[in-house]
Design a binder for this molecule. Structure first.
Ligand SMILES: [Zn+2]
Length: 98
């Protein structure tokens, strides 16, 4: 009688991708401002203004804040227009510390 031996090999593979952009603002030409201004990625703009990114997207769609898109389709917000909204831009440095 022929015996068959079965070996089961389980391969687990985890892939982890980190897509990160610099939080530093980028100097770009803003058509709406008519000059070169600083642009920030949504997460950086949201943190700087303490405004949910979703709100910033809505405000951009409504034309309240200026934005541009990279060739890859990433959105950048004009910091100058963000500073002209009702809520003041929160300074990145010199925050209130006890
Ligand atoms: Zn602008």
């Amino acid at each position: 009688m022929k015996r068959t031996k079965t070996t089961e090999i389980i391969v687990e593979r985890d892939e982890f991708y980190v897509v990160q952009h610099s939080a530093a603002p980028v100097a770009l030409w803003c058509e709406a401002c008519g000059g070169e201004t600083q642009f920030a990625y949504p997460i950086a703009a949201a943190l700087a203004t303490q405004t949910p990114a979703r709100t910033l997207f809505r405000q951009a769609e409504a034309g309240l804040i200026h934005f541009t898109e990279t060739p890859e389709g990433l959105l950048l917000f004009c910091l100058k227009s963000l500073g002209q909204r009702n809520e003041p831009l929160v300074a990145a440095e010199g925050g209130q510390e006890p």
